[in-house]
Design a protein around this ligand. Structure first.
Ligand code: AMP
Length: 427
């Protein structure tokens, strides 16, 4: 089968690497990809927003499966358009992608189906939103309804900060995404990422993973797309995973089917593990980046039949096998990220870094130029490793990083610290 992958980040390199390991694939393409993806797929200069061009490419190249990495094309309905053209595509329809595309939609779905989540209200104007904040007090969480590239959530520690966020969003600071706002209760606990493959009817959980959102060590500094991840996440015990499936994921799959928008693809539930159990913070309608990188390292089964089973409604009797090893990935980012950063600096030492046992380097924002690898984005590399424990995977990843010469990059030194502490304590 010929496969077309859409996207350009570390997530897509990890997917490409795993897809390339499948004996079911013949020719593999990726649009637009990056220098790492180019090791696994032929890169094609397609504009993913031009659905007609993507369809024409699929027809011309006999594509049997399109795998959509990021959320924007999903929310724009690329799976609907491909499906209508008779081309199989992994990912939810536009209607089902509202689980990520509209926070208000998801909150209402939770309320109607008794899915545990933070108490909330939806607002279309600043004055009633501020009145609600004054009534509830701080801490409180202000969220833009639409897609805001990770900038749409403000966890306000004071009423004044909450009001400033409301003014920013209704003042157009996030464009259309902020035309409606959700205000919700602040949840206390440890966060965990929970993933399930869905085929419209049923769902199967993937192994647990955890990412680090803040830019600096010790969870300091602004939020980012993710500075590292590891799997398993010890906070997600088997009991909690079962509760997350039964109380959150499966009721969502049933509700989406009942409203005529069956959910197919991977569903990523951002959870807060509270004293009362898991509560939904948000849904994403695609693999997390960088969680996908550690999931793909641990997946023993062929990924391609799993993706096909999601598309074809065949998950019911499907089974995934995983390596027992732990996996960890450290993001190397361009200095200045998540703010302004420069592109074009040269990265060296990748081959020697990849020689370390268990190490796999996924590219995120890179491009090949004159035989060299140069930085081409904010998050640039995902230095990843397998190990018998999170501690061993962590040690290998940092050993690999020490062999990479990239003076314009930086990274966190403490990825996986909670899991390593738990391992040390023997829990
Ligand atoms: P989101 O984009 O909805 O995942 O939110 C980004 C981050 O804000 C989450 O990863 C949490 O750390 C935090 N957050 C979001 N909602 C809440 C909440 N209700 N209570 C506490 N923290 C939250």
């Amino acid at each position: 089968m010929n496969i077309l992958l859409l996207g350009s980040g570390g997530r897509e390199h990890a997917l490409a690497w795993k897809i390339a390991a499948s004996p079911l694939t013949e020719r593999r393409y990726c649009a637009p990809g990056n220098a790492g993806v180019a090791q696994e797929c032929e890169l094609v200069a397609l504009d993913v927003a031009e659905h007609a061009a993507v369809i024409a490419f699929c027809r011309a190249n006999d594509i049997g499966l399109v795998v959509v990495g990021p959320e924007a094309p999903l929310c724009a309905g690329i799976v609907d358009d491909l499906t209508a053209a008779g081309i199989r595509a992994f990912g939810p329809s536009k209607a089902a992608a509202r689980l990520e595309g509209s926070k208000g939609f998801t909150k209402d779905l939770c309320k109607a189906n008794k899915i545990p989540t933070a108490a909330y209200e939806r607002f279309k104007a600043a004055a009633p939103a501020k009145a609600y904040v004054q009534k509830c007090g701080a801490p409180i969480v202000i969220k833009a309804d639409g897609l805001a590239a990770g900038k749409g959530v403000v966890v306000a520690t004071s009423v004044a900060e909450a009001e400033a966020a409301i003014d920013m969003m209704f003042g157009g600071g996030l464009g259309e995404a902020g035309a409606e706002v959700v205000i919700e209760e602040f949840l206390e606990g440890e966060e965990a990422s929970f993933f399930a493959l869905c085929d419209g009817e049923t769902a199967i959980p993937l192994v647990s993973a955890q990412d680090h959102k803040r830019v600096f060590d010790g969870e300091q500094g602004p939020n980012t797309g993710g500075m590292g991840a590891y799997s398993p996440a010890p906070v997600m015990t088997p009991q909690l995973s079962e509760r997350a499936m039964n109380e959150i994921v499966l009721p969502t799959v049933r509700a989406m089917k009942a409203m005529g928008a069956p959910y197919k693809g991977v569903l990523y539930a951002g959870l807060m593990i509270t004293a009362q159990g898991p509560k939904l913070i948000e849904y994403n309608v695609r693999f997390g980046d960088p969680e996908c990188q550690v999931l793909m390292l641990r997946l023993m089964s062929d990924l391609v039949p799993a993706l096909l089973a999601c598309c074809d409604g065949m998950l019911k009797n499907f089974d995934l096998r995983w390596y027992p090893d732990a996996a960890l990935t450290v993001v190397m980012a361009a200095k200045g990220y998540p703010g302004n950063y420069a592109k074009g600096s040269v990265i060296e030492g990748l081959d020697r870094a990849a020689e370390i046992e268990g190490v796999e380097i996924f590219h995120a924002g890179t491009k090949a130029e004159g035989g060299k690898i140069v930085a081409n984005g904010g998050r640039v590399l995902n230095v990843s490793a397998l190990g018998k424990s999170v501690a061993e995977a962590q040690a290998r990843a940092y050993q690999a990083i020490d062999r990479i010469r990239w003076p314009d990059g930086f990274y966190r030194r403490d990825i996986g610290f909670r899991a390593v502490e738990r391992e040390k304590a023997g829990r």
